[in-house]
Design a protein around this ligand. Structure first.
Ligand code: PLP
Length: 445
């Protein structure tokens, strides 16, 4: 061991070799130096087998200079996967981002009057047209929308919420914790399984500032259950002149019954129940960029816009560009189902998925086969509805294969079921099929 260590070159010696000097003209010096240091370090810990230093250093450089945030292929079968970045954007949204990103824009400038404008003016007309709401505003994400609404409406006062709606939305973030940070005090009403109109009525005091309805995004309750709908909440609230906030979670702009997704209201239907305001995410079922969309009464939204927190939670120009382009697609529902990737994935038939699987499998050999599978929407929409799907199942040690797919040139994230690695095609974009086919061949080598 001591001999091997003595035989290892110094960092300086490796850096002085002609091959490494050549790398210095291509890559930043600090990266090359770190790559050399790590190559020597791993040679030391691996006992000092014969080493091609240039090759080892090149591999380390590739790893060290790779971006942290990278594209992956989502083969989990969960279309809107929060850990994988939720909704992929439509082509028109990507073009809009590029157009705005490359130069200046009228983000806060009124071109007509030639004076300062408001970033809150963008997306408003599309959102009101698509939802039937009187007014709209956009902030950084759904959680920010909730904080802004409660901080504006209910700071240092009380907010009524059903015990059956105190949900955790993933990443161990809990809606009640987020709500409390707004400065509002939560008053829980009813029980986990049943909440009645009288529970809300009895809880109303002089300190009550709002009633909140929260969509049970990621679970369902069944059995001896009851809840109070927004129409009844709005009626009770109107008797006491307090606002109703409906946190819709996902934000479904068009009905998806044709694809077996029933039981959740569209945003327009939710607005017909007359909440004062409603809140939804931009990057869940809506299929746009990360954003929090608040729609409803103009008088209330004016107060939200005037809250200093609105500045802290504001949305950036790239998001507004992508959201506006995404919303514009919804003006034509048939176009929306084709062009918004999340909706297109939901709408794809299993016949189409099977044909794609056959093409993907063509050169994969006998260790891959086509199987039927079940996919889901994800990101807090239709938690109990499964979408029939098609997957490529791979023979072999599932965990080891899974790791290989994740460490490939374009990482592929699949799902392990019954000790098999499944690559579910419903959440894979067709444009990624060739890369997926190549990844399968690489992983099975
Ligand atoms: C997802 C969700 C949120 C949070 O929205 P983000 O855009 O992720 O911040 C809030 N409420 C409900 C009901 C949700 O489903």
């Amino acid at each position: 061991m001591t001999d091997v260590r003595r035989a290892l070159p110094s960092v300086g010696a490796v850096l002085d070799s002609p091959e490494i000097i050549a790398l210095l003209s291509e890559f930043p010096r600090s990266i090359v130096v770190d790559a050399v240091r790590e190559a020597i370090e791993s040679a030391r810990s691996s006992g000092g087998a014969e080493i091609d230093w240039a090759d080892a250093v090149r591999r380390n450089i590739a790893r060290l200079s790779r971006p942290s945030l990278r594209p992956v292929i989502n083969a989990t079968g969960i279309i809107l996967h929060t850990n994988l970045g939720r909704a992929p954007l439509a082509g028109a949204a990507i073009e809009a981002i590029t157009a705005i990103a490359r130069g200046f824009s009228n983000l806060e400038y009124e071109l007509g009057g030639g004076k300062r404008g408001s970033r809150h003016s963008h997306c408003v007309s599309l959102l009101t047209r698509l939802t039937g709401a009187e007014d709209a505003m956009v902030v950084n994400n759904g959680a920010a929308a909730l904080v802004l609404a409660l901080n504006t409406i209910a700071r240092k006062r009380e907010v009524l919420v059903s015990r059956g709606e105190l949900v955790e939305i993933g990443g161990s973030f809990r809606i009640p914790d987020i709500m409390e940070r707004s400065g509002a005090r939560l008053v829980e009403v009813g029980t986990t399984n049943r909440t009645h109109a009288d529970d809300y009525r009895r809880a109303i005091t002089k300190k009550t500032a709002a009633m909140v309805k929260i969509h049970r995004s990621n679970f369902a309750v069944a059995g001896f259950v009851s809840e109070v709908g927004v129409p009844d909440l709005a009626f009770i609230a109107s008797e006491h002149a307090i606002p109703v906030i409906h946190d819709l979670g996902s934000g479904l702009l068009i009905p998806l019954d044709a694809y077996g997704l029933t039981g959740e209201p569209t945003v327009r239907e939710a607005m017909a129940a007359k909440p004062t305001i409603a809140i939804m995410s931009g990057d869940k079922l809506l299929g746009g960029p990360q954003a929090g969309i608040i729609i409803g009464e103009a008088k209330t939204l004016a107060k939200l816009r005037a809250n200093p927190l609105a500045r802290a939670l504001r949305v950036d120009k790239l998001t507004l560009a992508a959201l506006e382009a995404t919303l514009a697609i919804y003006l034509d529902e048939a176009r929306a189902v084709k062009e918004i990737p999340a909706l297109a994935m939901i709408a794809a038939t299993t016949d189409v998925l099977r044909k794609r699987a056959e093409l993907i499998m063509r050169d994969a050999g006998p260790r891959a086969e086509i199987v039927e599978s079940e996919a889901s929407v994800g990101a807090g929409a239709f938690p109990t509805k499964m979408l029939p799907s098609i997957a490529v199942a791979l023979m072999g040690k599932a965990k080891a294969l899974d790791a290989r797919f994740r460490s490939g040139k374009i990482p592929v994230v699949g799902r392990i079921a019954d000790d098999k690695l499944l690559l579910d095609l419903r959440s894979v974009q067709e444009q990624d099929d060739a890369d997926l086919a190549a990844a399968i061949i690489d992983a099975l080598l």
